[in-house]
Ligand binder design. Structure first.
Ligand SMILES: *Cc1c(COP(=O)(O)O)cnc(C)c1O
Length: 398
Protein backbone atom coordinates (compact mmCIF):
# COMPACT_ATOMS: atom_id res chain seq x y z
CA UNK A 1 0.00 0.00 0.00
CA UNK A 2 1.24 3.47 -0.83
CA UNK A 3 2.40 5.10 2.39
CA UNK A 4 3.80 8.59 2.53
CA UNK A 5 3.63 8.60 6.29
CA UNK A 6 7.02 8.75 7.95
CA UNK A 7 5.38 7.69 11.26
CA UNK A 8 5.15 3.91 11.14
CA UNK A 9 3.06 3.52 14.26
CA UNK A 10 -0.09 5.03 15.75
CA UNK A 11 -2.88 6.78 13.98
CA UNK A 12 -2.44 10.02 12.05
CA UNK A 13 -4.42 12.91 13.59
CA UNK A 14 -6.40 14.48 10.76
CA UNK A 15 -7.55 17.63 12.53
CA UNK A 16 -8.16 19.82 9.52
CA UNK A 17 -11.74 21.13 9.20
CA UNK A 18 -12.45 18.64 6.45
CA UNK A 19 -11.92 16.11 5.18
CA UNK A 20 -12.47 14.71 8.66
CA UNK A 21 -11.72 11.34 10.25
CA UNK A 22 -13.88 8.57 8.81
CA UNK A 23 -15.22 6.20 11.48
CA UNK A 24 -14.24 2.54 11.12
CA UNK A 25 -17.94 1.67 10.89
CA UNK A 26 -18.26 3.85 7.82
CA UNK A 27 -15.07 2.48 6.25
CA UNK A 28 -16.39 -1.06 6.71
CA UNK A 29 -19.72 -0.10 5.19
CA UNK A 30 -17.93 1.28 2.11
CA UNK A 31 -15.86 -1.91 1.79
CA UNK A 32 -18.45 -3.94 -0.14
CA UNK A 33 -18.68 -5.10 -3.73
CA UNK A 34 -19.97 -2.41 -6.06
CA UNK A 35 -23.40 -3.46 -7.31
CA UNK A 36 -25.36 -2.82 -10.49
CA UNK A 37 -26.63 0.71 -10.07
CA UNK A 38 -29.62 -0.14 -12.28
CA UNK A 39 -30.35 -3.43 -10.52
CA UNK A 40 -33.07 -4.15 -7.95
CA UNK A 41 -30.77 -4.03 -4.88
CA UNK A 42 -29.57 -0.53 -5.70
CA UNK A 43 -33.04 1.00 -5.62
CA UNK A 44 -33.43 0.10 -1.96
CA UNK A 45 -30.07 1.71 -1.08
CA UNK A 46 -30.90 4.79 -3.14
CA UNK A 47 -34.32 5.24 -1.58
CA UNK A 48 -32.88 4.76 1.93
CA UNK A 49 -30.15 7.40 1.57
CA UNK A 50 -32.26 9.91 -0.35
CA UNK A 51 -34.94 9.69 2.34
CA UNK A 52 -32.49 9.45 5.27
CA UNK A 53 -30.48 12.49 4.15
CA UNK A 54 -33.53 14.72 4.70
CA UNK A 55 -33.19 14.20 8.45
CA UNK A 56 -29.78 15.94 8.70
CA UNK A 57 -31.01 18.88 6.64
CA UNK A 58 -34.10 19.00 8.88
CA UNK A 59 -36.27 19.08 5.80
CA UNK A 60 -39.17 17.34 4.08
CA UNK A 61 -37.94 18.68 0.73
CA UNK A 62 -36.06 16.54 -1.79
CA UNK A 63 -32.31 16.20 -1.35
CA UNK A 64 -30.26 15.65 -4.51
CA UNK A 65 -26.92 13.81 -4.26
CA UNK A 66 -24.18 14.35 -6.85
CA UNK A 67 -20.94 12.40 -7.29
CA UNK A 68 -18.81 15.50 -6.79
CA UNK A 69 -16.93 17.72 -4.38
CA UNK A 70 -18.82 20.47 -2.57
CA UNK A 71 -17.90 22.94 -5.30
CA UNK A 72 -20.20 21.03 -7.67
CA UNK A 73 -23.12 21.59 -5.32
CA UNK A 74 -22.39 25.36 -5.36
CA UNK A 75 -22.57 25.28 -9.15
CA UNK A 76 -25.70 23.09 -9.16
CA UNK A 77 -27.52 25.50 -6.84
CA UNK A 78 -26.87 28.42 -9.20
CA UNK A 79 -27.31 26.80 -12.63
CA UNK A 80 -30.62 25.18 -11.72
CA UNK A 81 -32.28 28.37 -10.50
CA UNK A 82 -30.79 31.39 -12.31
CA UNK A 83 -30.39 32.90 -15.77
CA UNK A 84 -27.44 34.67 -17.40
CA UNK A 85 -26.99 38.18 -16.00
CA UNK A 86 -29.17 37.59 -12.94
CA UNK A 87 -28.05 39.55 -9.91
CA UNK A 88 -27.09 37.63 -6.79
CA UNK A 89 -26.24 39.08 -3.38
CA UNK A 90 -23.25 37.43 -1.70
CA UNK A 91 -21.38 38.17 1.52
CA UNK A 92 -17.60 38.09 1.96
CA UNK A 93 -17.28 36.02 5.13
CA UNK A 94 -13.93 34.53 4.04
CA UNK A 95 -12.16 32.36 1.49
CA UNK A 96 -15.05 30.00 0.75
CA UNK A 97 -17.50 32.84 0.23
CA UNK A 98 -14.99 34.43 -2.16
CA UNK A 99 -14.66 31.16 -4.13
CA UNK A 100 -18.45 30.83 -4.47
CA UNK A 101 -18.54 34.44 -5.67
CA UNK A 102 -15.83 33.71 -8.26
CA UNK A 103 -17.79 30.70 -9.47
CA UNK A 104 -20.96 32.80 -9.80
CA UNK A 105 -19.07 35.41 -11.81
CA UNK A 106 -17.69 32.76 -14.18
CA UNK A 107 -21.22 31.50 -14.78
CA UNK A 108 -22.20 34.95 -16.00
CA UNK A 109 -24.10 36.08 -12.92
CA UNK A 110 -23.91 39.70 -11.72
CA UNK A 111 -22.64 39.51 -8.16
CA UNK A 112 -23.44 42.23 -5.65
CA UNK A 113 -20.79 41.53 -3.01
CA UNK A 114 -21.03 42.76 0.58
CA UNK A 115 -17.43 43.08 1.71
CA UNK A 116 -16.22 41.77 5.03
CA UNK A 117 -13.08 41.54 7.17
CA UNK A 118 -13.00 37.70 7.47
CA UNK A 119 -13.45 37.98 11.24
CA UNK A 120 -17.21 38.53 11.53
CA UNK A 121 -20.38 36.69 10.53
CA UNK A 122 -22.92 37.78 7.93
CA UNK A 123 -24.68 40.99 9.02
CA UNK A 124 -28.35 40.30 8.33
CA UNK A 125 -29.19 44.01 8.68
CA UNK A 126 -26.88 44.87 5.75
CA UNK A 127 -28.56 42.20 3.62
CA UNK A 128 -31.95 43.60 4.63
CA UNK A 129 -30.90 47.12 3.65
CA UNK A 130 -29.60 46.00 0.21
CA UNK A 131 -32.85 44.17 -0.44
CA UNK A 132 -34.97 47.11 0.70
CA UNK A 133 -33.11 49.35 -1.82
CA UNK A 134 -33.80 46.82 -4.57
CA UNK A 135 -37.35 47.92 -5.24
CA UNK A 136 -37.23 46.45 -8.79
CA UNK A 137 -36.40 43.01 -7.36
CA UNK A 138 -33.37 42.64 -9.59
CA UNK A 139 -31.65 40.49 -6.94
CA UNK A 140 -32.70 36.90 -7.65
CA UNK A 141 -30.81 35.13 -4.88
CA UNK A 142 -29.05 35.75 -1.59
CA UNK A 143 -26.12 33.33 -1.11
CA UNK A 144 -24.39 32.94 2.24
CA UNK A 145 -21.96 30.52 3.87
CA UNK A 146 -23.32 29.15 7.15
CA UNK A 147 -20.00 28.10 8.67
CA UNK A 148 -17.05 29.90 7.06
CA UNK A 149 -14.42 27.16 7.26
CA UNK A 150 -11.56 29.52 6.44
CA UNK A 151 -12.19 31.67 9.51
CA UNK A 152 -14.11 29.66 12.12
CA UNK A 153 -17.07 32.05 12.06
CA UNK A 154 -20.70 30.85 11.93
CA UNK A 155 -23.51 33.04 10.63
CA UNK A 156 -27.10 33.22 11.82
CA UNK A 157 -29.23 31.92 8.95
CA UNK A 158 -32.56 32.47 10.74
CA UNK A 159 -31.62 36.16 10.97
CA UNK A 160 -30.89 36.31 7.23
CA UNK A 161 -34.30 34.73 6.52
CA UNK A 162 -35.97 37.28 8.81
CA UNK A 163 -34.20 40.14 7.02
CA UNK A 164 -35.38 38.88 3.61
CA UNK A 165 -38.94 38.56 4.96
CA UNK A 166 -38.88 42.04 6.52
CA UNK A 167 -37.85 43.47 3.16
CA UNK A 168 -40.68 41.40 1.60
CA UNK A 169 -38.18 40.50 -1.13
CA UNK A 170 -38.74 37.46 -3.38
CA UNK A 171 -35.02 36.50 -3.71
CA UNK A 172 -34.17 32.85 -3.20
CA UNK A 173 -32.02 32.03 -0.16
CA UNK A 174 -29.07 29.70 -0.79
CA UNK A 175 -26.84 28.50 2.02
CA UNK A 176 -23.49 26.68 1.95
CA UNK A 177 -23.48 24.18 4.85
CA UNK A 178 -20.52 22.16 3.61
CA UNK A 179 -18.73 22.39 6.98
CA UNK A 180 -21.79 22.71 9.23
CA UNK A 181 -24.25 20.02 8.17
CA UNK A 182 -24.15 17.26 10.76
CA UNK A 183 -22.17 19.32 13.26
CA UNK A 184 -23.94 22.68 13.75
CA UNK A 185 -27.70 23.12 14.12
CA UNK A 186 -29.13 23.75 10.67
CA UNK A 187 -32.80 23.81 9.63
CA UNK A 188 -33.53 23.92 5.91
CA UNK A 189 -37.33 24.05 6.31
CA UNK A 190 -37.73 26.15 9.44
CA UNK A 191 -35.32 28.79 8.14
CA UNK A 192 -37.00 28.91 4.77
CA UNK A 193 -33.87 28.08 2.81
CA UNK A 194 -34.38 27.45 -0.91
CA UNK A 195 -31.16 25.63 -1.73
CA UNK A 196 -28.86 24.11 0.86
CA UNK A 197 -25.43 23.14 -0.40
CA UNK A 198 -23.49 20.39 1.41
CA UNK A 199 -20.63 17.92 1.00
CA UNK A 200 -19.77 14.51 2.40
CA UNK A 201 -16.31 15.02 3.88
CA UNK A 202 -16.88 17.26 6.89
CA UNK A 203 -19.67 16.81 9.47
CA UNK A 204 -21.03 13.78 7.64
CA UNK A 205 -17.80 11.85 8.43
CA UNK A 206 -17.46 10.44 4.91
CA UNK A 207 -14.60 10.56 2.45
CA UNK A 208 -14.80 13.37 -0.13
CA UNK A 209 -16.91 12.68 -3.20
CA UNK A 210 -20.58 13.36 -2.52
CA UNK A 211 -22.29 16.74 -2.79
CA UNK A 212 -25.84 17.65 -1.87
CA UNK A 213 -28.56 20.14 -2.71
CA UNK A 214 -31.69 20.28 -0.56
CA UNK A 215 -34.26 21.94 -2.82
CA UNK A 216 -37.35 23.91 -1.75
CA UNK A 217 -40.55 24.02 -3.80
CA UNK A 218 -39.72 27.61 -4.80
CA UNK A 219 -36.27 26.59 -6.00
CA UNK A 220 -37.79 23.76 -8.01
CA UNK A 221 -40.24 26.18 -9.58
CA UNK A 222 -37.32 28.48 -10.46
CA UNK A 223 -35.63 25.54 -12.19
CA UNK A 224 -38.46 25.47 -14.72
CA UNK A 225 -37.62 28.94 -16.04
CA UNK A 226 -33.88 29.24 -15.25
CA UNK A 227 -31.79 29.67 -18.40
CA UNK A 228 -28.20 29.01 -17.33
CA UNK A 229 -26.93 25.97 -19.28
CA UNK A 230 -27.00 22.81 -17.22
CA UNK A 231 -26.74 19.14 -17.93
CA UNK A 232 -24.77 17.11 -15.39
CA UNK A 233 -26.21 19.21 -12.56
CA UNK A 234 -29.80 19.25 -13.75
CA UNK A 235 -32.11 18.54 -10.79
CA UNK A 236 -35.05 17.52 -12.96
CA UNK A 237 -33.52 14.38 -14.48
CA UNK A 238 -32.03 13.59 -11.10
CA UNK A 239 -35.35 13.86 -9.28
CA UNK A 240 -37.17 11.80 -11.90
CA UNK A 241 -34.71 8.93 -11.44
CA UNK A 242 -34.52 9.46 -7.66
CA UNK A 243 -38.26 8.83 -7.31
CA UNK A 244 -37.49 5.11 -7.57
CA UNK A 245 -34.11 5.31 -5.81
CA UNK A 246 -32.04 5.51 -9.00
CA UNK A 247 -29.74 8.09 -10.60
CA UNK A 248 -29.55 9.38 -14.20
CA UNK A 249 -25.86 8.39 -14.37
CA UNK A 250 -23.55 6.17 -12.35
CA UNK A 251 -23.65 7.26 -8.71
CA UNK A 252 -20.84 6.82 -6.16
CA UNK A 253 -22.31 3.52 -5.02
CA UNK A 254 -19.76 2.76 -2.33
CA UNK A 255 -19.90 6.24 -0.85
CA UNK A 256 -23.66 5.80 -0.65
CA UNK A 257 -23.09 2.67 1.46
CA UNK A 258 -20.97 4.88 3.69
CA UNK A 259 -23.63 7.59 3.75
CA UNK A 260 -26.21 5.03 4.85
CA UNK A 261 -24.00 4.12 7.82
CA UNK A 262 -23.09 7.73 8.69
CA UNK A 263 -26.76 8.73 8.68
CA UNK A 264 -27.50 5.81 11.02
CA UNK A 265 -24.76 7.00 13.39
CA UNK A 266 -26.08 10.58 13.43
CA UNK A 267 -29.63 9.35 13.93
CA UNK A 268 -28.59 7.08 16.82
CA UNK A 269 -26.69 9.85 18.62
CA UNK A 270 -29.50 12.30 17.90
CA UNK A 271 -28.92 15.66 16.22
CA UNK A 272 -29.33 17.73 19.42
CA UNK A 273 -26.58 15.71 21.09
CA UNK A 274 -24.39 15.94 18.02
CA UNK A 275 -24.71 19.73 18.04
CA UNK A 276 -24.10 19.97 21.81
CA UNK A 277 -21.01 17.78 21.50
CA UNK A 278 -19.53 20.10 18.88
CA UNK A 279 -20.29 23.20 20.95
CA UNK A 280 -18.67 21.68 24.01
CA UNK A 281 -15.50 20.74 22.17
CA UNK A 282 -15.35 24.18 20.57
CA UNK A 283 -15.68 25.80 23.98
CA UNK A 284 -12.87 23.64 25.39
CA UNK A 285 -10.70 24.55 22.39
CA UNK A 286 -11.27 28.27 22.93
CA UNK A 287 -10.30 27.86 26.59
CA UNK A 288 -7.07 26.25 25.41
CA UNK A 289 -6.37 29.12 22.99
CA UNK A 290 -6.99 31.65 25.79
CA UNK A 291 -4.75 29.57 28.06
CA UNK A 292 -1.94 29.81 25.51
CA UNK A 293 -2.43 33.56 25.36
CA UNK A 294 -3.11 33.38 21.61
CA UNK A 295 -5.75 35.29 19.66
CA UNK A 296 -8.85 33.83 18.03
CA UNK A 297 -9.48 34.98 14.48
CA UNK A 298 -13.23 35.14 15.19
CA UNK A 299 -14.04 38.43 16.90
CA UNK A 300 -17.76 38.01 17.60
CA UNK A 301 -18.35 35.73 20.59
CA UNK A 302 -21.84 34.88 19.39
CA UNK A 303 -20.41 33.59 16.10
CA UNK A 304 -17.51 31.36 17.18
CA UNK A 305 -17.75 28.17 15.14
CA UNK A 306 -18.64 24.91 16.89
CA UNK A 307 -16.86 22.99 14.10
CA UNK A 308 -13.40 24.55 13.98
CA UNK A 309 -11.25 27.19 15.65
CA UNK A 310 -8.89 29.50 13.76
CA UNK A 311 -5.93 30.81 15.77
CA UNK A 312 -3.74 33.79 14.87
CA UNK A 313 0.00 33.52 15.30
CA UNK A 314 1.82 36.33 17.11
CA UNK A 315 3.18 38.94 14.67
CA UNK A 316 6.37 37.74 12.97
CA UNK A 317 5.70 34.03 13.48
CA UNK A 318 4.80 31.60 10.72
CA UNK A 319 1.70 29.45 11.08
CA UNK A 320 2.92 27.19 8.28
CA UNK A 321 6.24 26.60 10.07
CA UNK A 322 4.29 25.66 13.20
CA UNK A 323 2.05 23.29 11.25
CA UNK A 324 5.12 21.67 9.68
CA UNK A 325 6.69 21.04 13.08
CA UNK A 326 3.42 19.55 14.35
CA UNK A 327 3.10 17.30 11.30
CA UNK A 328 6.72 16.16 11.34
CA UNK A 329 7.01 15.62 15.08
CA UNK A 330 3.52 14.59 16.15
CA UNK A 331 1.89 13.28 12.97
CA UNK A 332 -1.03 15.72 13.12
CA UNK A 333 -2.45 17.75 10.23
CA UNK A 334 -3.97 21.13 11.11
CA UNK A 335 -5.79 23.41 8.70
CA UNK A 336 -3.72 26.05 6.93
CA UNK A 337 -4.56 29.69 6.46
CA UNK A 338 -6.36 30.21 3.15
CA UNK A 339 -6.22 33.18 0.80
CA UNK A 340 -5.15 36.34 2.59
CA UNK A 341 -4.75 34.38 5.85
CA UNK A 342 -1.97 32.19 4.40
CA UNK A 343 0.74 31.62 7.03
CA UNK A 344 -1.08 33.88 9.52
CA UNK A 345 -3.41 31.34 11.15
CA UNK A 346 -3.82 27.66 11.80
CA UNK A 347 -7.20 25.99 12.08
CA UNK A 348 -8.10 23.23 14.51
CA UNK A 349 -10.89 21.01 13.16
CA UNK A 350 -13.04 19.58 15.94
CA UNK A 351 -15.91 18.22 13.90
CA UNK A 352 -17.25 14.90 12.78
CA UNK A 353 -16.07 11.68 14.42
CA UNK A 354 -14.58 13.18 17.55
CA UNK A 355 -14.55 12.78 21.34
CA UNK A 356 -12.95 14.25 24.47
CA UNK A 357 -9.70 12.35 24.13
CA UNK A 358 -9.42 13.13 20.43
CA UNK A 359 -9.65 16.77 21.46
CA UNK A 360 -7.10 16.39 24.25
CA UNK A 361 -4.67 14.64 21.88
CA UNK A 362 -5.19 17.41 19.35
CA UNK A 363 -4.62 20.20 21.86
CA UNK A 364 -1.58 18.38 23.32
CA UNK A 365 -0.13 18.27 19.80
CA UNK A 366 -0.70 21.99 19.38
CA UNK A 367 0.78 22.86 22.77
CA UNK A 368 3.88 20.70 22.19
CA UNK A 369 4.18 22.15 18.70
CA UNK A 370 4.07 25.73 19.95
CA UNK A 371 6.97 24.91 22.28
CA UNK A 372 8.92 22.96 19.65
CA UNK A 373 8.48 25.70 17.05
CA UNK A 374 9.45 28.49 19.45
CA UNK A 375 6.14 30.34 19.20
CA UNK A 376 5.69 32.65 22.21
CA UNK A 377 2.83 31.33 24.34
CA UNK A 378 1.88 30.34 27.87
CA UNK A 379 1.57 26.71 28.86
CA UNK A 380 -1.68 25.55 30.39
CA UNK A 381 -4.02 25.69 27.43
CA UNK A 382 -4.47 21.93 27.36
CA UNK A 383 -4.88 21.94 31.14
CA UNK A 384 -7.68 24.53 30.93
CA UNK A 385 -9.47 22.44 28.30
CA UNK A 386 -9.11 19.26 30.35
CA UNK A 387 -10.45 20.91 33.47
CA UNK A 388 -13.47 22.17 31.54
CA UNK A 389 -14.14 18.76 29.98
CA UNK A 390 -13.79 17.04 33.37
CA UNK A 391 -16.19 19.33 35.17
CA UNK A 392 -18.70 19.60 32.30
CA UNK A 393 -19.90 16.15 31.28
CA UNK A 394 -21.58 15.77 27.91
CA UNK A 395 -25.21 16.69 28.27
CA UNK A 396 -24.63 19.02 31.26
CA UNK A 397 -25.39 22.67 30.70
CA UNK A 398 -22.06 24.16 29.59
C1 LIG B 1 -14.81 22.60 2.13
C2 LIG B 1 -15.71 23.72 1.79
C3 LIG B 1 -16.04 24.04 0.47
C4 LIG B 1 -15.40 23.37 -0.71
O1 LIG B 1 -15.79 22.06 -0.83
P1 LIG B 1 -15.02 21.10 -1.83
O2 LIG B 1 -15.54 19.74 -1.45
O3 LIG B 1 -13.55 21.27 -1.56
O4 LIG B 1 -15.37 21.46 -3.21
C5 LIG B 1 -16.93 25.05 0.25
N1 LIG B 1 -17.50 25.74 1.25
C6 LIG B 1 -17.20 25.45 2.54
C7 LIG B 1 -17.85 26.25 3.62
C8 LIG B 1 -16.30 24.45 2.84
O5 LIG B 1 -16.00 24.18 4.12
Amino acid sequence: MLSLNSHPSGRHFLQIPGPTNVPDRVLRAIDQPTIDHRGPEFGALGRAVLEGAKHVFQTQAPVVIFPSSGTGAWEAALVNTLSPGDRVLMVETGHFASLWKKLAGRLGLDVDYIEGDWRHPVDAAVIGARLAEDTQHRIKAVCVVHNETSTGVTSNIAAVRAAIDRAAHPALLMVDTISSLGSIDYRHDEWGVDVTVAGSQKGLMLPPGLAFNAVSARALAAADTAKLPRSYWDWREMLTANAKGYFPYTPSTNLLYGLHEALAMLQAEGLPRVFARHERHARATRLAVAGWGLELLSLDASAHSPALTAVLLPEGHSADALRKVILDRFDMSLGQGLGKLTDRIFRIGHLGHFNDLTLCGTLAGVEMGLAAAGVPHRTGGLQAAMEFLARTPEGAAA
